[in-house]
Design a protein around this ligand. Structure first.
Ligand code: KG4
Ligand code: ZN
Length: 345
């Protein structure tokens, strides 16, 4: 089965073709980052308008570069939520219209399920059940994954998502949008000994996170400084160390609590190399295998949506032609495809 995947939930237009027999045939990404940079964050109306401009040409380009013809596509998957409603509607209406015109099934996919399944696109994919740390611009979740659609949330952020905390702190340090990767780069020059930031919510039991206090800590730390490049790098380092350490502590707890031996990290922040190497070390210490997507599939992309859609369509899941966009959508509301046959245990 060949599935066209469409991702338009935020500021990237992603399109891909996934073949259940031959893997990923092609994926294309257009990032709107430059358009939003001058505003210091994503402007929803600009995002929607640009998805409208870019989506159809990107679909054509993806089909061409996969060297197939449109008639070979068996289904279409699109991101139905969560995300910016206008941006989601562009993907939803395009997917449903093409599905109608081509007379093939379309399916709405949960964006975070896409992220969660992105490591499945790699050569050596994880097997179920596993523990997943999902860290993006909008979500921070620790999830027990027993199969596609079988998700139990073990912990989540009570305030800012990890990526959001990176972006907001980066802004305080005068870095451009999106600040996460720039802050990570700056942190490489930072002195790890100069400042020590708290590891929020680690000195009490539980698997929830809270990152908003680190912003205040950053602000207070910066106030007493001249604001030199070295000051900023040292603060960036202390902030990143605090976030990474907190995640390692919570993942260790979750691995021990669930007795799972497989850890998957996905979402934009999983591109962070300090986080990757910290969790690799944790995996070794806990005798757990650690999996993450290749860098380009950590952040938003169409390949993860095509993959998730293909799995659900193969299981005969179908959704009605209605154009649905769900801006807020908890991941544990999903169910297994064809759940009458394969209920989560
Ligand atoms: O998954 P994603 O592309 O979009 C959402 O679904 O939100 O994640 C984007 C987030 C942004 O907050 C971005 O700053 C962060 O991921 N990010 C990083 C890195 N690369 C992307 N944060 C820290 N270090 C990185 N290397
Ligand atoms: Zn995302």
């Amino acid at each position: 089965m060949i599935v066209l995947g469409i991702e338009t939930s935020c500021d990237e237009t992603g399109v891909a073709l996934y073949d259940s027999n031959n893997g990923l045939l092609s994926h294309q990404l257009y990032s709107q980052v430059e358009l939003h940079a001058e505003y210091g964050g994503v402007v929803p109306e600009i995002a929607s308008r640009d998805h409208i401009r870019k989506l159809i040409p990107l679909i054509k380009e993806t089909i061409k570069s996969a060297d197939i013809n449109q008639g070979q596509i068996d289904g279409i998957a699109y991101t139905a939520g969560p995300g910016l409603v206008g941006a989601l509607l562009v993907g939803a209406s395009t997917a449903r219209s093409l599905g109608w015109a081509w007379q093939i099934p379309t399916i709405g996919i949960h964006h975070m399920e896409g992220h969660l399944l992105a490591p499945m696109l790699e050569e050596n994919p994880p097997t179920y059940p596993f523990l997943a740390l999902l860290v993006s611009g909008g979500h921070t979740l620790l999830v027990e994954v027993d199969g596609i659609g079988c998700y139990t949330i073990l912990g989540e952020s009570l305030d800012d998502a990890a990526g959001e905390a990176f972006d907001k702190t980066a802004k305080m340090l005068g870095l451009d949008y999106p600040g996460g990767p720039l802050l990570a780069k700056l942190a490489e020059q930072g002195d790890p000994e100069r400042f020590h930031f708290p590891r929020p919510m680690t000195n009490r039991p539980g698997l929830d996170f809270s990152f908003s206090g680190l912003k205040t800590f950053t602000l207070n730390t910066m106030e007493g400084l001249s604001g030199s490049q070295q000051d900023k790098a040292d603060v960036a380092r202390a902030f990143q160390d605090a976030v990474v350490d907190t995640m390692i502590i919570k993942c260790r707890r979750a691995l021990r609590q669930t007795e799972l031996k497989t850890l998957v990290i996905a979402g934009g922040v999983s591109a962070n190399s300090a986080l990757r190497s910290g969790l690799e070390k944790l995996g070794k210490a806990e005798q757990a295998e650690v999996y993450y997507p290749r860098l380009e599939f950590c952040t938003d992309n169409g390949a993860m949506i095509a993959y998730a859609g293909c799995q659900r369509l193969l299981a005969e899941e179908r959704s009605p032609l209605e154009i649905t966009a769900i801006p807020r959508w908890p991941i544990n509301q999903l169910s297994a495809p064809n759940s009458a046959l394969s209920a989560c245990s």
